[in-house]
Design a protein around this ligand. Structure first.
Ligand code: TRP
Length: 455
C-alpha cells in the first residue's frame, strides 16, 4: 500500500539553506520511495493571508517552483501544483467551514497571538485581524482532506493545524454519516537538522539571518557565509565545534568522514576565515549543479508553467470526483437526478428486485477476479487479479459496504480506477468521451449506494 504524503509551501519568500535542509531535501528524498505517493503544492492562497504584495507573491511562486524542481523533484512522480489552480480547494473550504466550530478557530495559535498582542496594546481584540487569518486552518484542512492525505510532514509550528484538519474531517464524517475523509497524521521528521542562521538562532526569514539557497549565485552564498558570527578565537587557538553554528551547518551537508575531519581541523586551531571557506566550498559542491538548473528554470517561466499546469491536472483527477461525491452527499445535486436518501424511495430497479451484482471468474493466468454489474446489467468495474480467491472475496465485501461517498475514484486517460487505502483495486471500462465517463461514474455511484443500503 502506498502512503499519500502531502505538504504545502507558503509562497511569500525565497528558499534559504534552512528550507533546503529542513524541508526540500527530505521531502524530495521521501518522494523517491516506492511506498510514497507524494503531493507537494504551493500554498499561494495562504500567501494572500500574509502578504498583499502581488509582485512578491508572483516572484515567490516562481522561485519556489524552480527551487524544488532544481533540487530534484520529479514532476512525473510527484503531484506538484499550485493551490490556486485547484478550484475544488476553495469549494471544499466552504463545505468544511460549515461544520467547523468557531470556538476551535478562536484557539488557533496564530489568531490567538494576534488577539493577545492587541490586548497588550489596549486595542480592540480583533484590530487588524482579517477573516482570512481566522480561516487559515480551514483552508489548510481543505488542502489536506481534498486528497485524502495520510501523512503531512510539517514543522512543529504547524502541528495544531494538522490536529484541526483531523478534527474538522472527523466532524464532517460524523455529521454526514460516512467516512468521506481520511484523517491525516502529522509527520515530524526528528532526524532532519534545523539549521542555525548567521547569528546562531534558528535560520528564519523572520530573524533576517538566512543564507540564500540560490538567489544571488555563488558570490552571494560566499559573502553570506563569511558573515556567520563566530567567537573571537584567533587562528591556531583550538575551536569548540559543538558550540559553532558553522560546524552545525557543515554537518548538514557533509558525510560522516568529512564531518570528523572538519571537527579535527577546528580542534587543531583552523582559523574562522579558513573554516568559512571550507564550509562555502562544501555547500557549493552540492548547490552548484542545482543552481545551474535553477537558473535555467528561472530563465524559462513557461517551462515551469507547463509543469504546474500538468500537476494541477493530475491533482484535479482526484479532487474533482471527490468534490462531486461531496456535493451529492450534501444535497447539492442536479434537480433532474432522483434522490437516493432524502425521499426514502427505493429506486425503480430495486423496486423490481433488481440489484447490482458481482460476477467472479478466473482469468487466463488462473488469477481470481470479478466484475461489478449495475442493476441494469451494465459492466461498471473489473477488479484487479488476485492469487488468493479469499482476497477477491474480501474486496467484494468491502465494496458492498463502501457507499458512493467514500469511494475514491481516480480519473485515468480513458476510464477510472477505484482506490482503497491508496491502492487501485478495480477499474472501469474505457470510455470514449467525458460525457460517457461521467455517466458511468454516476451509475457506479448509484450502484455502490444501492449495495451499501442493502443491509
Ligand atoms: N501552513 C503551512 C506553513 O506555513 C503551509 C501549508 C498550507 C500546508 N497548506 C498546507 C502544509 C497543507 C501542509 C499541508 O508551513
Amino acid at each position: 500500500m502506498q502512503t499519500r504524503v502531502l505538504t504545502g509551501i507558503t509562497t511569500t519568500g525565497t528558499p534559504h539553506l534552512g528550507n533546503y535542509v529542513g524541508a526540500i531535501r527530505p521531502a524530495i528524498e521521501a518522494s523517491r520511495r516506492a511506498d510514497v505517493d507524494a503531493f507537494f503544492f504551493m500554498a499561494d492562497y495562504h500567501a494572500l493571508i500574509k502578504s498583499e504584495d502581488a509582485a512578491r507573491i508572483e516572484r515567490s511562486r516562481l522561485e519556489i517552483a524552480a527551487s524544488w524542481l532544481a533540487a530534484g523533484l520529479d514532476p512525473q512522480r510527484v503531484t506538484f501544483y499550485r493551490q490556486s489552480d485547484i478550484p475544488e480547494i476553495p469549494e471544499l473550504t466552504w463545505f468544511l467551514t460549515c461544520v467547523t466550530a468557531k470556538g476551535m478557530l478562536n484557539r488557533a495559535h496564530a489568531y490567538k497571538a494576534a488577539v493577545d498582542k492587541n490586548a497588550e496594546n489596549g486595542e480592540d481584540p480583533d484590530a487588524g485581524v482579517t477573516a482570512g487569518l481566522y480561516m487559515y486552518p480551514v483552508l489548510m484542512a481543505a488542502d489536506i482532506l481534498a486528497f485524502d492525505a495520510h501523512q503531512v510532514p510539517v514543522g512543529r509550528d504547524q502541528i495544531q493545524h494538522i490536529e484541526m484538519a483531523r478534527d474538522i474531517g472527523q466532524r464532517f464524517n460524523h455529521i454526514h454519516g460516512h467516512d468521506f475523509f481520511v484523517l491525516p497524521e502529522v509527520l515530524i521528521e526528528d532526524q532532519v537538522a534545523t539549521l542555525p542562521g548567521l547569528d546562531g538562532r534558528k535560520m528564519s526569514k523572520s530573524y533576517d539571518n538566512t543564507i540564500p539557497l540560490f538567489a544571488g549565485g555563488k558570490k552571494q552564498l560566499r559573502e553570506t557565509i563569511m558573515r556567520i558570527v563566530t567567537d573571537s578565537r584567533t587562528p591556531g587557538e583550538p575551536k569548540d565545534p559543538d558550540s559553532s553554528s558553522l560546524f552545525t551547518i557543515f554537518r548538514a551537508f557533509a558525510s560522516e568522514a568529512e564531518t570528523a575531519e572538519f571537527r579535527q581541523a577546528l580542534l587543531d586551531g583552523l582559523g574562522w576565515g579558513d573554516a568559512k571557506q571550507v564550509l562555502y566550498e562544501r555547500i557549493d559542491a552540492d548547490v552548484a549543479p542545482m543552481r545551474e538548473r535553477y537558473e535555467a528554470f528561472m530563465a524559462d517561466p513557461m517551462a515551469i508553467e507547463a509543469i504546474l499546469q500538468q500537476g494541477a491536472q493530475k491533482a484535479r483527477m482526484i479532487a474533482t470526483p471527490k468534490i462531486a461525491a461531496l456535493r451529492d452527499a450534501l444535497g447539492l445535486r442536479s434537480a433532474g437526478k432522483a434522490t437516493t436518501v432524502a425521499a426514502g424511495q427505493p429506486k425503480a430497479a430495486a423496486k423490481q428486485g433488481k440489484m447490482p451484482r458481482f460476477a467472479s471468474f478466473r482469468d487466463a493466468d488462473g488469477k481470481f477476479r470479478f466484475r461489478l454489474f449495475s442493476a441494469e446489467g451494465e459492466e461498471l468495474l473489473l477488479s484487479m487479479p488476485f492469487a488468493d480467491p479469499k482476497a477477491a472475496g474480501a474486496l467484494q465485501k468491502r465494496l458492498k459496504t463502501l457507499g458512493a461517498a467514500a469511494a475514491v475514484m481516480q480519473i485515468k486517460a480513458q476510464g477510472m480506477a477505484l482506490e482503497l487505502d491508496g491502492e487501485a483495486v478495480a477499474s472501469t471500462p474505457d470510455y470514449r468521451d467525458e460525457q460517457l465517463r461521467d455517466d458511468a461514474l454516476a451509475q457506479l455511484r448509484e450502484a455502490l449506494d444501492q449495495l451499501a443500503a442493502q443491509d
